[in-house]
Design a protein around this ligand. Structure first.
Ligand code: OSB
Ligand code: MG
Length: 369
């Protein structure tokens, strides 16, 4: 595959319902899509950077700029045999993992099409269906949250995750557990607590949570390890795990018993697979995180989730939870049992809707040699 050109584009898509975490509320997702043009094929990748640098340091304009100035020029004109060759070509640029991931994943997307095999097989997956959970943001009221949980349970989702922060935690969890004593429940703090909250976090133990996700600083393992020793509930790291090396260090320290893998956060499919393998070697289950992806990123998350150590339900849920219309055909759909069936089609398994993509595009630039 000779990379002849790369298209950068930004779409603006309103969310069906706002999404609020401990770092802010999103009403409209700005979606960055990169397309690799090679031998008449188009490989697509989604850059999951946030609207602002709040989940991590990456953000839309920054990802666009580093891709245009440094990352795309390192790929254009190169001939690749496989998507896994991309990280080495981009390695000179430090960090910017979400931007790199979008390019690398686009190359895997093209490779799967070129070889005529499903992307999930190319990644080393084997599951024919994957288990789905939902991530429910902070709401305007407790009643609104309980209502949302009821809707998602009725839709079949196998695990409910709620966002927590100081002032939106114990009381909320208490109400959920009183109403649903036996559901699989977890929470995600997105780094909203500090060690001064240790006693407060110990109170979470009585809710029998599957896990508490990233309670402390986004770059920390050491204090998570200290906290894990004080809790019965398993900790899961999201933000802090940026590589397989991080995963190994965190697990050896005892900082978590579960890992959330987001392909954007770790810099692309190659590193996501490496994190998966490290966790598997240590007997640590993983699950696939989400970043409010459009159909491109969502289809890639579905493919990744077919690897064997994705043993817990992911935040990979149906397109219709996020979008009035998704940019892929068919949309990602979840069964009444809370699963997504894996397609045998070559490539990502979901076709694009080019007319809708054009209609939603607010900015586009084609880069060539
Ligand atoms: O921490 O998992 C997170 C969304 C944006 C930024 C960070 C996170 C999330 C989610 C949503 O929890 C997951 C999804 O449904 O895509
Ligand atoms: Mg998280």
């Amino acid at each position: 595959m000779k990379i002849e050109a790369i298209t950068l584009r930004e779409l603006k898509i309103p969310l069906v319902h706002f999404f609020e975490t401990s770092f802010g509320r999103t009403y409209t997702r700005r979606v960055l899509l990169f397309t690799l043009h090679s031998d008449g094929l188009e490989g697509w990748g989604e850059c999951v950077a946030g609207e602002g640098p709040y989940y991590s340091e990456e953000y839309i304009e920054g990802a666009w700029d580093v891709t245009k100035r440094y990352l795309a020029p390192a790929l254009i004109g190169e001939t690749l045999q496989a998507g896994r060759e991309v990280p080495a070509l981009l390695a000179r640029v430090r960090e910017h993992r979400m931007a790199k991931a979008a390019l690398e994943n686009a190359a895997w997307d093209a490779e799967a099409q070129q070889k005529g095999i499903p992307l999930w097989k190319l990644l080393g997956g084997s599951r024919r269906e994957i288990a789905c959970g939902v991530s429910i943001g902070i709401q305007d009221s407790h009643d609104q949250l309980l209502q949302k949980i009821e809707t998602e349970l009725a839709a079949g989702y196998q695990r409910i995750k709620i966002k927590v922060k100081p002032g939106w935690d114990v009381e909320v969890l208490e109400k959920i557990r009183t109403r649903w004593p036996n559901i699989t429940l977890s929470c995600d703090a997105n780094s909203a607590y500090t060690l001064a909250d240790e006693q407060h976090l110990r109170a979470f133990d009585r809710f029998q949570l599957l896990m508490i996700e990233q309670p402390l600083w986004s770059d920390d393992f050491y204090f998570h390890a200290r906290l894990q020793r004080q809790l019965h509930t398993s900790l899961c790291l999201d933000e802090a795990i940026r590589s397989a090396r991080d995963a190994e260090a965190a697990v050896e320290l005892g900082a978590c018993r579960i890992i959330n893998i987001k392909v954007g956060r770790v810099g692309g499919f190659s590193e996501a697979i490496a994190v998966h393998h490290v966790a598997q070697r240590f007997g640590i289950p993983v699950w696939c995180g989400g970043m409010l992806e459009s159909g491109i990123g969502r289809s890639h998350n579905v493919a990744l989730s077919t690897l064997p150590n994705f043993k817990l339900p992911g935040d990979v849920s149906a397109s219709k939870r996020y979008w009035k219309e998704d940019i892929i055909e068919p949309e990602v759909a979840v069964s009444p049992q809370g699963t997504i069936a894996i397609s045998d089609k070559p490539g990502r398994g979901y076709d694009l809707r080019p007319a809708l993509i054009e209609e939603l595009t607010v900015q586009k630039e084609v880069l060539r040699a």
